[in-house]
Ligand binder design. Sequence first.
Ligand code: HEM
Length: 108
Amino acid sequence: MTMTAAVPGCPVDESFDPLSPEFLADPHAAFTEPDRFDLHRPDADRHLAFGQGLHYCLGANLGKLEAQIAIAELARRYPDLALVPDQEFTFHANISFRGPQVLLVRVN
Ligand code: HEM
């Protein structure tokens, strides 16, 4: 995905792609290996999923509780749930809500 962007006082190349591997490999990124799913990151609480500051998500605790219940129930119902290997992921062209368009899993 590429986009044309205009940031006052900050020239941005027209080919700027915030989801490109080069951008995600930014040495100044907040997390080491940011594209690796790691449930045990010691600094995971520094994420920005619920925003930050004045407009921090009012439903963050409810969202976390819902996720906790949903993921626990999913694991209870499908204890052998696993990704189908060798999938090619495509993503919605939206940097606010990033997620694969299709995610194939095995339940047995
Ligand atoms: C996993 C679920 C959720 C995620 C990832 C999420 C994410 C966010 C983010 C990133 C913001 C900040 C937006 C900004 O800075 O402009 C936000 C704001 C907000 N969220 Fe959530 N949210 C979730 C669930 C909820 C739920 C369940 C509620 C209400 C029941 C809720 C209510 C709000 C409200 C009212 C704001 C605006 C806060 C303000 O502007 O002061 N969110 N959310």
